[in-house]
Design a protein around this ligand. Structure first.
Ligand code: A3P
Length: 332
């Protein structure tokens, strides 16, 4: 396990608070249930969800240090559901008067650089006050674990067929997996995923936490589905812009701005950028990921190349059972 150690010589009240959190974190990791990890040896069950230890520590820090602003917009997602795509679309839409399409920020920095993840440990806490409004943040935390100050802000949630999520996550995590561990078979990933044991899982409870909140406050949570967006990206983008308080004007629609942003953020375009072929993104002090790993196939239904009929049936049955009565239907 690699998290930042406590400060050896606390110099301020904040430092002393930080050390208290480190102590609480160390204690939690000892007492909460453990399961097999995908990337590292173990995941830990904290408040009903499975996490790498860093995310538990950051959750404690977040509650103390993060101060939301009413204009903040959050992108929430389970891993591998299309976060990177949404980051690009949200950033390009909000900042469409700031950049020309030929020399766009995204072309040089890629979507990962567009706005920060809340979930990454940083101490002293990162100061986000310099970011222009509306500030945007991404998070993989389930809705039920977010600090109350955040939940009054607007949220965009992206969801995807769990079978494609499983395959995408298995590829991604196998790549990131500690070299000290044996290779990670799809059978093992499948079994763990079905049991809900994967980073930020269970998948179904994660999705339901946002789905239920979106039914209660549709003006605050826009619930999107990857498959619907793939089929009609322009429709999705227009709704997204309106939800974020920046609807496209008649003139913009006339000029084809929606189509241009969709094209800028397409899998084809983003995955072929130099920054996404060769660049690396750092998440806090601990994680480093090659940008290319966020772009694999970008397709609907790749699970058909990996899952047996029985595996498909088992995931579909779990999905039906978990979502029964919720009104949520996912395309598969
Ligand atoms: P696959 O592994 O199925 O190809 P996340 O961004 O949440 O980590 O999700 C990654 C998944 O989204 C990967 O799925 C990736 O290929 C896909 N993806 C990345 N950029 C995309 C884009 N612009 N359009 C559609 N899918 C995209």
């Amino acid at each position: 396990m690699s998290t930042s150690p406590p400060l050896t010589k606390p110099e301020s009240k904040e430092d002393a608070d930080y050390n208290k959190i480190c102590e609480e974190h160390r204690h939690l990791i000892e007492i909460v249930p453990k399961g097999n990890g995908w990337m590292e040896k173990h995941l830990y069950n904290y408040n009903g969800f499975w996490f790498h230890p860093n995310y538990i520590k950051n959750h404690l820090l977040l509650h103390i240090y993060f101060k939301s602003q009413p204009t903040d917009i959050f992108l929430a997602s389970f891993m591998k559901t299309g976060t990177t795509w949404l980051k690009a679309l949200m950033f390009a839409t909000i900042n469409r008067h700031r950049y020309t399409l030929s020399d766009h920020f995204l072309l040089h920095h890629g979507p990962q650089g567009a706005f920060p993840y809340l979930d990454i440990e940083s101490y002293p806490p990162t100061d986000f006050t310099h970011l222009p409004a509306p500030r945007m943040f991404a998070t993989h935390y389930p809705r039920t674990l977010l600090p109350p100050c955040i939940t009054s802000c607007k949220f965009v949630y992206i969801c995807r067929d769990p079978k494609d999520v499983l395959i995408s996550k298995w590829h991604f995590m196998s790549n990131q997996r500690s070299k000290d561990l044996p290779p990670f078979s799809l059978d093992e990933a499948f079994e763990l995923f079905c049991q809900g044991i994967s980073d930020f899982g269970p998948f179904w409870e994660h999705v339901l936490s946002y789905w239920r909140a979106s039914l209660e406050s549709p003006d605050k949570i826009l619930f999107l589905k990857y498959e619907e967006m793939m089929k009609q990206p322009e429709v999705a983008l227009r709704n997204l812009a309106a939800f974020m308080g920046k609807p496209f004007t008649a003139e913009e629609l006339e000029k084809g701005v929606v189509e241009k942003i969709v094209e800028l953020c397409s899998f084809e375009n983003l995955s072929n950028l130099e920054v996404n072929k060769k660049g690396v993104v750092k998440f806090g002090k601990v994680f480093e990921v090659e940008n290319r790993l966020f772009f694999r196939k970008g397709e609907i239904g790749d699970w058909k190349n990996y899952l047996s009929v029985e595996m498909k049936q088992r995931i579909d049955e779990i999905t039906d059972e978990k979502f029964k009565g919720s009104g949520l239907i996912l395309e598969s």
